[in-house]
Design a protein around this ligand. Structure first.
Ligand SMILES: [Zn+2]
Length: 596
């Protein structure tokens, strides 16, 4: 009993303390507050009922949406899969006429907007904004549905959403209880787009293909540095895989979104991050996302994608209303001219580049980058010496501070020349299935097939010393290319690069790509030689090899100059084994072939 009391006291202390330790809030009120319905409105959302300070649990959310769908001829609730803990994943489809099956959208020539919330389920603004948005769409003005279809997944990570408490996101100002970042297996869905291991992301990848999505929005909340922006968003850096889509988003769409948000009292900003949170004004970065993230993935498969990051230090009401205005403005713009986005997408999907850049690494050398300049709406801060950390820490002061600051954009450093096709052996049916899940086209050979191809052999690599997203990653420092003929068994896949998804294919299969399956640890079996030779066999064999090959003798004598080698009998014997025809040829050989 005493222990329980202590626990309750501690709980109370910390839940109050969370609000107390956050930096001061910038005061806000805006015209968008008019969109909130009163508590006695028949279609008030559960979040509105609390004045946008709380968010409902998953079942309450789905029940409310189901009731709305039952009341409207424009909406239908569609199951799209199950979470790890077997919760149904729901998609709400809004269309005129009303949709029963995804195939109906494939035939529709209207543009289709998909948005979801709760991939990180504590960052749930999009769910409550989406409920208000659909409600107003069907009850007040559904005219955009004459031109577009709208799909809404209220929570992509319901298991994390139900793992909620007041202690899930300490850096965030509401709602009162928040869900957990990862899914039931503790995997971060927004690192899973490329390796596609989780049932939630697998369900989403099917939606992209089955529902013919034209524009996709993934809604988050970001912490990190403090600034005036309440809503930030972006797609890619200056080096997109989808240049036509990128130009449409940045030139046609974003200026209109900014205008709409400012008009409603919000402070829109670019998707920026500080490399050094203690010196934000000198280290702002325009991020080049990898394919494991929603926006990097969308760019690499030519699916127009927007990542929203609301700011965690703004209160929940302000963030939900900003998201609402954003959704409304996107729908309006798409309804006005969805065709031009579809044309841009078509151009990117039919491009057939000969070379493809790999995304730059976060650790790029900043001193080599010439930055752009940003008119930055920051927040004032001071630094102080902390007795806790023993170093300088930042204290945010809650006062606007504008400045012109440099913003860095990392350029890609590695370029891959495309083969005609990749070959994945039948023995890796798991990899073949993953590629199919992404919608990559391939031919499965029915009989043994000889192919002259390039293969990579690893020379220097490092297996990570710790786990990341449930996997042990492999860093590849050096490789060499070998060319030889190989026989691919029936069931192997020949995957042409003459297809719309070639960029994504390269990112998944080229070993130097950070999002390749090999770097994610799917090919560790090649790191181990599995056959060996006895000393009493290799010794006489080595004698014979030396006798027959004077060149080899010279090489061996050279090797003996190395004292460490000379003193290591095992290494000396192994030296000959490695040069004999008995050596394991598949050791360190990445088995995916490049047909040139
Ligand atoms: Zn997030």
């Amino acid at each position: 009993m005493k222990r329980l009391l202590l626990l309750l006291l501690t709980y109370g202390y910390f839940s109050n303390a969370t609000a107390q330790v956050l930096p001061p809030e910038l005061p806000w009120s805006g015209a968008s507050e008019k969109y909130m319905r009163a508590a006695n409105h028949p279609w008030v959302t559960p979040a509105e009922k609390s004045g946008l300070t709380e968010t409902p649990d998953y079942q309450t959310t789905i029940n409310w949406l189901q009731k709305l769908a039952d009341s409207s001829p424009l909406l239908s609730m569609q199951p799209i899969g199950k979470s790890g803990q077997n919760r149904d994943l729901w998609l709400v489809a809004a269309a005129k006429p009303h949709i029963q099956k995804p195939e109906q959208l494939q035939k529709s020539d209207k543009a289709t907007l998909l948005f979801h919330a709760g991939i990180h389920s504590g960052e749930i603004d999009g769910k409550d904004a989406g409920m208000m948005f659909l409600r107003d769409l069907v009850l007040e003005d559904s005219s955009v549905l004459d031109k577009i279809n709208i799909l809404f997944i209220p929570v992509l990570n319901p298991d994390g959403h139900e793992n909620s408490s007041q202690f899930a996101r300490v850096n965030q100002r509401g709602p009162v209880e928040m869900g957990w970042r990862t899914n039931a297996r503790n995997l971060n869905l927004n690192r899973d787009y490329s390796k596609a291991e989780t049932p939630e992301i697998q369900a989403l990848l099917k939606v992209f293909q089955k529902w013919a999505v034209d524009l996709y929005i993934d809604i988050h909340v970001t912490d990190g540095i403090d600034y005036q922006y309440d809503i930030t968003w972006g797609s890619t850096s200056k080096f997109p895989y989808s240049p036509n889509i990128d130009a449409w988003l940045k030139k046609e769409l974003y200026p209109e979104l900014q205008k709409a948000l400012r008009k409603q009292g919000h402070v829109p900003g670019p998707l920026i991050f500080a490399r050094d949170n203690k010196n934000p004004e000198t280290s702002l970065v325009e991020w080049s996302p990898m394919a494991r993230f929603s926006n990097g993935y969308g760019d690499s498969r030519h699916l127009p994608t927007i990542l929203i990051e609301n700011h965690s230090l703004k209160n929940y009401k302000q963030r939900v209303l900003g998201t609402y205005v954003f959704l409304q403005a996107v729908a309006d713009r798409l309804a006005k001219d969805g065709k031009s986005l579809q044309n841009a997408t078509m151009q990117d999907r039919s491009a057939r580049p000969k070379k493809i850049n790999l995304p730059p690494n976060w650790s790029a050398d900043f001193s080599k980058i010439i930055p752009d300049t940003l008119d930055y709406l920051g927040v004032a801060y001071k630094k102080y010496q902390s007795p806790i950390s023993g170093t300088e820490e930042v204290q945010w002061l809650g006062k606007p501070k504008n400045a012109r600051v440099p913003i860095f954009s990392q350029a890609p450093e590695i370029q891959i020349e495309l083969p005609k096709a990749y070959w994945v052996p039948a023995s890796r049916s798991d990899i073949i299935e993953k590629l199919q899940l992404h919608g990559i086209k391939m031919e499965i050979v029915q009989k043994p097939t000889n192919v002259a191809a390039q293969f990579y052999r690893l020379e220097k690599y490092k297996v990570s010393g710790s786990a990341y997203e449930g996997r042990v990653r492999l860093a590849i420092d050096e490789m060499k290319i070998e060319e030889h003929e190989a026989t691919f068994a029936p069931g192997s896949a020949r995957i042409t690069t003459d297809q719309a998804l070639a960029d994504l294919l390269v990112l998944l299969l080229e070993p130097r790509s950070d999002d390749s399956f090999i770097q994610w640890g799917y090919f560790h079996e090649i790191l181990q030689p599995t056959e060996y030779i006895e000393a009493y066999v290799i010794e006489p064999l080595a004698q014979k090899m030396l006798k027959e090959n004077p060149e080899l003798r010279k090489e061996f004598e050279q090797a003996l100059q190395d004292e460490k080698f000379a003193k290591n009998p095992r290494a000396r014997l192994y030296w000959f084994y490695k040069r004999s025809p008995y050596y394991d040829k598949s050791y360190l050989l990445y088995p995916v072939g490049r047909e040139m």
